[in-house]
Design a protein around this ligand. Structure first.
Ligand SMILES: Nc1nc2c(ncn2[C@@H]2O[C@H](COP(=O)(O)OP(=O)(O)OP(=O)(O)O)[C@@H](O)[C@H]2O)c(=O)[nH]1
Ligand SMILES: [Mg+2]
Length: 448
C-alpha cells in the first residue's frame, strides 16, 4: 500500500498534499532522466490508445491534452481541431443547459460494421422524456395525392415537437390509403401510425339534400369566383371536419387531438406538451391564427346560429367570447357577425367538446339546413362560433408560442427576447399575420 492510501483515510488538507506529493517540477529536478522517460512513454501510450479509439471522445481528448504535455496536446488538436475548439467554446456555457461538464457521462461508443467507425450513442429525446403523456393523437385528413406535402408537415411537426413526445398519428381519408402512402408516411415518425377510412355516411349527400339545387348554387359561386366555390369534395370535407371527424371509431380512445394539414410549417421549438398544457389549465380549444371568413360562403350561417341560440339558450356559456364574433357587443346576438374565426387548419383541442350534447345538437341543426352544400359553410367558422359561444372564454387559448404557416399566412411570436434571441424560433416576427385582424379583441377577456 503506497502513501496515497493515507490520503483516503485522512482529510486532505492542501499543506498535507504538498508534503506528500512532490510537484511535477520537483520530481523532474530530482530525477530528470527517469521523468523524461516516463513522460515520453505515457505520451506514446496515450497516442496509441487515442488512435485506436478513432481519436474521438472529446472529454478523453481534453484529458489527454492536459496530461500528456504540449506535444501530445498539439497532436490532439491536429486530429480534431474543430471538435476541440467547439468543446472549449461550449464548456461551462449556457448551451449545455447549465449542465456542469463533470456531471456529463462519457459516451459509450459502438462500432458500425458498415463503415468500421465508432459512433457515440443515438439520443432519442422522447425516451429521455419521463413525463406522462395525455390521451392524444395527431389527426390528418388527407388524400393519397398529398403524400409529399403531408410528409413535409410530419417532418416539421416531428422536428419541432414530436421527437420529444412521440404521440401517435392518425390519417383519415374518404378513399383507402395506398400501400405506398402508408409505407412512406410511417417512415416519417418513430410513433405509432394509424389509417382510417371515413364511413360513407360521413362523406356523402344526406337524403334531404336537393342535389340539383346544390349544383346550381355551386355554379353561381364559381361564377362569382369564390375559392372552391364549385367543388363538391371541398364541401364534403368541410362538413366532415365540422360534424364527423370526432365520431371516427379510431379517434374514440383519445381526449385530445392536434390537427395537421399537408404543407404546413412549424417555426418554433415546442418543448412542452401542449396537450398536457390544455389538460392542466382546463382549456378546451387551442388555435394560432384568427382571420376573416369569405362572407359569400356563409351568408345564412349567422342567422341560423341566432335561431339555434334562441331555441337552446341553455348551451350558451355566461362568460362566453361573443365579443370575438361581433363588433358591437351591446347588441348581443342581434349584432352582425364580424366573420372572425380561428383558422382551423391548426387546432389542438379537446375532442370531448365536439362530442358534447351542445355541439352535436348545434351541428345537427346546421346540417339540417343543407347549407354545407347549398352555401359552402366551412368548418372553421362553425367550430369557432361554437367554441366562442358554448365555452367560457377562459377555455380558449391562443398558442402564441407556436410559430406556424399554412399558406398564405404565418403566425410568428413577436416577443424577440423570449423567442428570437433564445434559438427557439426561426420565423421573422414581422411576417406575422394576426396582429391586426380579429385580434384587436382578446378572446380571454371578451364577452365577460
Ligand atoms: N381525403 C380527403 N381529404 C381532403 C379532401 N379535400 C380536402 N382534404 C383535406 O382536408 C384538409 C383541408 O383541405 P384544403 O384543401 O387544405 O383546404 P384549405 O386549407 O381550405 O385550402 P388550401 O388553401 O388549399 O390549403 C386538408 O388536410 C386536405 O388534405 C378530399 O377530397 N379527400
Ligand atoms: Mg389547407
Amino acid at each position: 500500500m503506497g502513501p496515497w492510501r493515507d490520503l483516503i483515510n485522512e482529510p486532505a488538507s492542501s499543506s498535507r498534499l504538498r508534503e506528500r506529493i512532490p510537484s511535477p517540477i520537483e520530481a523532474f529536478r530530482a530525477r530528470p532522466l527517469r521523468s523524461l522517460v516516463i513522460l515520453l512513454g505515457a505520451g506514446f501510450a496515450l497516442s496509441l490508445v487515442s488512435a485506436s479509439f478513432g481519436g474521438v471522445g472529446h472529454d478523453r481528448l481534453h484529458a489527454t491534452a492536459s496530461w500528456g504535455g504540449s506535444a501530445l496536446s498539439d497532436a490532439a488538436r491536429q486530429w480534431a481541431p474543430a471538435w476541440s475548439r467547439t468543446h472549449n467554446a461550449v464548456k461551462g456555457s449556457a448551451r449545455f443547459g447549465g449542465e456542469r461538464e463533470d456531471a456529463l457521462l462519457e459516451p459509450v461508443f459502438s462500432r458500425d460494421p458498415s463503415d468500421g467507425l465508432l459512433y457515440p450513442p443515438d439520443i432519442n429525446p422522447s425516451r429521455m422524456n419521463p413525463y406522462k403523456r395525455a390521451s392524444a393523437t395527431f389527426v390528418s385528413l388527407v388524400r393519397n395525392s398529398e403524400l409529399d406535402s403531408i410528409r413535409f408537415s410530419m417532418r416539421e411537426v416531428e422536428t419541432a415537437f414530436n421527437r420529444k413526445f412521440n404521440y401517435p398519428w392518425l390519417f383519415l381519408n374518404d378513399e383507402p390509403f395506398t400501400d405506398e402512402f402508408k409505407r412512406r408516411v410511417r417512415g416519417m415518425t418513430r410513433g405509432d401510425v394509424n389509417f382510417g377510412l371515413i364511413p360513407k355516411e360521413h362523406w356523402s349527400y344526406p337524403d334531404w339534400i336537393n342535389r340539383t339545387k346544390a349544383a346550381e348554387e355551386r355554379r353561381k359561386m364559381a361564377e362569382d369566383h369564390v375559392i372552391y366555390g364549385d367543388s363538391e369534395s371541398y364541401r364534403h370535407m368541410c362538413r366532415f371536419n365540422s360534424g364527423f371527424f370526432f365520431e371516427h371509431p379510431m379517434l374514440q380512445q383519445y381526449d385530445y387531438y392536434w390537427r395537421v394539414e399537408p404543407g404546413v410549417e412549424f417555426y418554433c421549438d415546442v418543448d412542452y406538451d401542449p396537450f398536457v398544457f390544455l389538460q392542466q389549465n382546463n382549456k378546451t380549444y387551442g388555435f394560432t391564427v384568427a382571420i376573416y371568413e369569405y362572407e359569400r360562403t356563409i351568408q345564412s350561417l349567422w342567422p341560423t346560429v341566432r335561431d339555434f341560440v334562441k331555441l337552446h339558450p341553455e348551451y350558451v356559456a355566461p362568460d362566453n367570447s361573443l365579443g370575438f364574433l361581433v363588433d358591437d357587443l351591446s347588441q348581443g346576438m342581434d349584432a352582425r357577425y364580424n366573420l372572425c374565426h380561428f383558422w382551423s387548419n391548426f387546432e389542438i383541442a379537446d375532442l370531448r367538446f365536439w362530442r358534447s350534447d351542445a355541439y352535436r345538437t348545434f351541428f345537427k341543426y346546421l346540417d339540417d339546413t343543407g347549407n354545407f352544400f347549398y352555401e359552402r359553410w366551412g368548418d372553421a367558422p362553425v367550430h369557432s362560433i361554437a367554441a366562442a359561444l358554448f365555452l367560457p372564454a377562459a377555455r380558449l387559448h391562443q398558442f402564441n408560442d407556436i410559430g406556424y404557416r399554412h399558406n398564405p399566412y404565418i403566425h410568428c411570436p413577436t416577443n424577440k427576447a423570449k423567442f428570437h434571441d433564445t434559438g427557439k424560433c426561426s420565423c421573422d416576427p414581422k411576417s406575422t399575420f394576426d396582429e391586426d385582424v380579429c385580434f384587436t379583441i382578446d378572446v380571454s377577456t371578451c364577452g365577460s
